[in-house]
Ligand binder design. Structure first.
Ligand code: CU
Length: 456
């Protein structure tokens, strides 16, 4: 296919950028008439972070921060982002969970050419669905996401949702040592197991921060797992919290319960009744504290639980006439430690095929070809003892059921397929293109657990 819209960056002055770093990034929440071509300028560039006190981590960030600057738009509106690459490596941006045209999907050699150092690319698409989404590169992912190229994309509801307060909370566990230096993002023997875990857990780039929240108010907490590997087992002991959306898609509000497992790439929108001033809650991953949530005096009248969020305009699959396809996620047949063509490790496969991240032609051999407008049921079977957050690009699917847990059917873009679990999902193939279908544990994806689904 031919690619368009990739542009050579003709010097930053021509773009009206005052300089690199935080001061050089302009972004708007509104739609200024004076800006003809884009709403945001998003710069990827090296940025030094102090994740470990007294030490600098040579991170890569969007908008001079990592996790990156929060992008926002309103449901039904266009989002236009001029992405400027000031790194020394090629990169792209994928908009996780957004249903958009293929040429905006950010997959190198599938939907666009890589954006080279010093180039820019204009991403431009309509956000049909409201919710909590995120963005990240889709090449050299273990390193690029690992170094900090991850950021939130919030699509606000068309009408006010009833939440007066909200916070975006990005979870990431950094691959750094005690001096803040990066360690390996992908250790082969770990990639063949649960994935390569980082060491330092952070919320919005800070280990165990204290967040001040208005006492007595109901606050929307948008929790985003932007990590390469870790599934966070979220719990909030003693807290009064309700789930309002999963992975950007509204659900009938229900109590958080004992624990919610948020796999890589997944999001959870919680409503929290903030405790009295001076009282604290502990947001935890299992028994590890992620953040302290502290009530501070508020002059507002006490908040009420908002109504359920309005459903997104996702087509309802018709199960009576749906065609069923089966996908097995399993270890590759090659012996552990073996290296495939191009030097990439291959530990994982889908229906007997391991994706080779160094082979640009893989996407020319989609594992399934779907009819545009057709209805499909996918049976996802995990033959391994490690869990896989299975993510589909371009379309939102409905989770129907599982042999391991009770499922209230819901729409999502990522399903956390537990060890040895079989789950059923369904969707209408309403977006033409070649769409990546992969595990979002980045080192599983980079060692084979990825494929392409074609819709024609
Ligand atoms: Cu996986």
């Amino acid at each position: 296919m031919s690619y368009t819209r990739r542009q050579i960056l003709g010097g930053l002055a021509a773009l009206g950028v005052a300089g690199l770093g935080a001061g050089g990034v302009r972004y708007w929440l509104g739609r200024p008439a004076s800006v003809a071509s884009h709403d945001y300028e998003l710069i990827a560039a090296p940025v030094d972070l102090q994740l470990v006190p007294g030490h600098l981590t040579q991170s890569w960030g969007y908008g001079a921060q990592a996790p990156g600057v929060e992008l926002r738009c309103r449901q039904g509106e266009r989002l236009r982002v001029r992405f400027i690459n000031r790194l020394e490596v090629e990169t792209t941006i994928h908009w996780h969970g957004i249903r958009l045209p293929l040429e905006m999907d950010g997959v190198p050699y599938v939907s666009q050419l890589p954006v080279k150092p010093g180039e820019y690319f204009d991403y431009d698409f309509v956000c049909h669905d409201a919710g909590s989404f995120w963005y990240h590169p889709h090449m050299a992912s273990a390193e690029q996401l690992g170094r900090g190229l991850v950021g939130p994309l919030i699509v606000e509801e068309r009408e006010p949702s009833g939440f007066r307060h909200e916070r975006t909370l990005c979870l990431k566990t950094w691959h750094i040592d005690e001096q803040g230096a990066f360690t390996d993002f992908l250790v082969p023997r770990l990639a063949a197991r649960e994935g390569t875990r980082g060491r330092l857990t952070t919320l919005n780039g800070t280990p165990n921060p204290t967040l001040d929240l208005p006492a007595g108010q109901v606050v929307r907490l948008r929790l985003l797992n932007v990590d390469n590997t870790v599934t966070y087992r979220l719990n909030l002991p003693g807290g009064e919290a309700r789930i309002y959306a999963l992975d950007g898609n509204p659900v009938e509000p229900r109590p958080l319960g004992r624990e919610y497992w948020l796999g890589p790439g997944m999001r959870l929108d919680l409503a929290l009744k903030v405790p009295e001033a001076g009282q604290e809650l502990s947001l935890r991953n299992g028994s590890l504290r992620l953040a302290t949530l502290r009530g501070v005096a508020s002059s507002e009248v006490p908040g009420q639980w908002p109504p359920a969020l309005p459903a997104n305009p996702v087509a309802e699959p018709d199960l009576q006439r749906a065609e069923t396809l089966r996908f097995n996620f399993e270890w590759a047949a090659m012996p552990s430690g073996d290296v495939g063509r191009g030097g990439s490790y291959r530990y994982w496969q889908i229906n007997g095929q391991a994706w080779d991240i160094n082979d640009r032609t893989c996407a020319e051999r989609p594992i399934a070809t779907l009819r545009q407008g057709g209805h499909y049921i996918f049976v996802l079977r995990n033959l391994a003892q490690y869990q896989h957050p299975i993510h589909l690009h371009g379309m939102t699917f409905k989770v129907l059921g599982s042999d391991r847990r009770r499922i209230v059917p819901y729409f999502t873009d990522t399903y956390l397929l537990g060890k040895n679990e079989t789950a059923r999902i369904a969707f209408v193939a309403d977006n033409p293109g070649v769409w990546m279908f992969h595990c979002h544990v980045v080192d599983h994806m980079e060692t084979g657990l990825m494929t392409a689904i074609e819709v024609v």
